[in-house]
Ligand binder design. Structure first.
Ligand code: PLP
Length: 353
C-alpha cells in the first residue's frame, strides 16, 4: 500500500433508504410526505428570475432566516439554516461536541448520530431505551459532553412529553442539549417554546417531512443567540454558500401558507390512525406513533420476510437489521390510496403464509 492510502480517512457511512428509479413503486421507506409542497412554492418558481443564478446566494440566507424567525416568533439571530437537517446536525456535532466526556444519545435512534460522532472523533455513549422503547429522562442525568435525541424518536415513532424534554435540559445546563424535531409537526409539542429559558437548548427541524420538500434540502436550528452565533462561525469556516438561491426563495414562500400545511399534516394524521386500525386487524402490533410512520411487527411473519415480499410487489418499506429492532418494519404513511395497496399486499402475503 502507498502511504497516501494509509492516510485516507476510514469511515463507516450512514446508509440512506433506497430511492428506487422504476416507476409504479409505492415508496413508504424514507418518511417523505406523499403530498406536494404548498402551491406557493410553484408560484414562487414562476416568478423566479433565472438571471439570479449567475450570482452567489446571500451567505446569511436572510430571507429564509427572517421567514422562519417570524413564523416561530423568535429573533433572526436565534435561527440557523442548513442543507437539510442532516447538514445542520452535522454542524452541531462539530460546533458543540468538543469535550472529552461522552456525548449521550439513545441506543435506538437516528443512526446518523454515531456516524457523525465517529467521523468527528467525538466520544459517545448510547443510552438504552427502556423495554417499551421509551427514552427515560433520568438516564441522561449524568456527566456528558452534550446530549442529542429526536423527539418524537426515530425509528420508534414515540413522543416524549415536553415536561420530560425540559427535565433533560434543566438537569444538564452545563451541556448543549439538541432536540431533533424532524417529526414534531405530526402531533407533538415543540421545545422551541423553551429556548428563551435555556441558553443550552437547540431545537432542529426540517422541511423534508411535514413540509413536503425533502428534495429541496432545507433544515434549521432554533436556539439562543449564543448557540446560533457559534454555529455560524463553524459554517463560515467550511462553506459560506450552503443555501442555494431556490431554497431561500421556495423555503420562505411556503411559510406563508399555514392553511395548506395544516391540511396536509391533518390528512397524514388521519391516514396514520386508520393505518393503525387496519394493521391491527392484520395481526400487527406497533408503537404509539406521533410521526408520519409506524414502527410495526407482525405476530407470525418475521419483518425481514415481510420486507422482501413487499418489495417483490413493488412496495418499499424500511427494515433495520439491527439488535432489538430486527423484527420491526418502519412504514411511512402515504396517501390513503397507497396505504390501501399496502393493506391488500399484506393480506395476500399473510394469507399465503
Ligand atoms: C429525516 C430525519 C432527519 C434528516 O432530515 P433532512 O432531510 O436532512 O432534513 C434528521 N433527523 C431525523 C430523526 C430524521 O428522521
Amino acid at each position: 500500500m502507498r502511504e497516501w492510502e494509509h492516510n485516507i480517512r476510514n469511515v463507516e457511512p450512514y446508509i440512506p433508504g433506497e430511492q428506487p428509479k422504476s416507476v409504479g413503486v409505492i415508496k413508504l421507506n424514507t418518511n417523505e410526505n406523499p403530498y406536494p409542497p404548498s402551491p406557493k412554492a410553484e408560484l414562487a418558481a414562476r416568478d423566479f428570475n433565472f438571471d439570479r443564478l449567475k450570482l452567489y446566494p446571500d451567505p446569511n440566507a436572510s430571507q429564509l432566516v427572517h421567514g422562519l424567525a417570524k413564523y416561530y416568533q423568535v429573533l433572526d439571530n436565534q435561527v440557523f439554516v442548513g442543507v437539510g437537517s442532516d447538514d445542520v446536525l452535522s454542524i452541531c456535532f462539530l460546533t458543540f461536541f468538543n469535550s472529552d466526556k461522552p456525548v449521550l444519545f439513545p441506543d435506538i435512534s437516528y443512526s446518523f448520530y454515531p456516524v457523525w460522532a465517529n467521523m468527528y472523533q467525538i466520544p459517545y455513549c448510547e443510552i438504552p431505551v427502556d423495554k417499551d422503547f421509551h427514552i427515560v429522562a433520568k438516564d441522561y442525568y449524568r456527566e456528558n459532553g452534550g446530549i442529542i435525541f429526536p423527539n418524537p424518536n426515530a425509528p420508534t415513532s414515540l413522543y416524549m412529553g415536553l415536561d420530560e424534554v425540559e427535565n433533560i435540559v434543566k438537569n444538564n445546563q452545563e451541556s448543549v442539549v439538541i432536540v431533533d424535531e424532524a417529526y414534531i409537526d405530526f402531533g407533538g409539542q415543540s421545545a422551541i417554546s423553551l429556548i428563551d429559558t435555556y441558553e443550552n437548548l437547540l431545537v432542529v427541524q426540517t422541511y423534508s417531512k411535514s413540509r413536503s420538500m425533502a428534495g429541496m434540502r432545507i433544515g434549521y436550528a432554533i436556539g439562543s443567540q449564543r448557540l446560533i452565533e457559534a454555529m455560524q462561525a463553524v459554517k463560515f469556516s467550511i462553506n459560506s454558500y450552503t443555501m442555494n438561491i431556490t431554497s431561500l426563495v421556495y423555503g420562505s414562500a411556503v411559510l406563508e401558507d399555514e392553511e395548506y400545511f395544516q391540511e396536509c399534516v391533518e390528512k397524514i394524521i388521519a391516514t396514520r390512525e386508520r393505518t393503525k386500525r387496519e394493521l391491527a386487524e392484520l395481526g400487527f402490533t406497533f408503537l404509539d406513533s406521533k410521526t408520519n410512520f409506524l414502527f410495526a411487527q407482525h405476530k407470525k411473519i418475521h419483518a425481514d420476510a415481510l420486507f422482501e415480499e413487499l418489495k417483490k410487489k413493488n412496495i418499499y418499506v424500511r427494515y433495520f437489521n439491527r439488535p432489538k429492532i430486527d423484527n420491526y418494519l418502519r412504514i411511512t404513511i402515504g396517501t390513503d390510496e397507497q396505504m390501501n395497496k399496502l393493506f391488500a399486499a399484506l393480506k395476500e402475503i399473510i394469507n399465503e403464509d
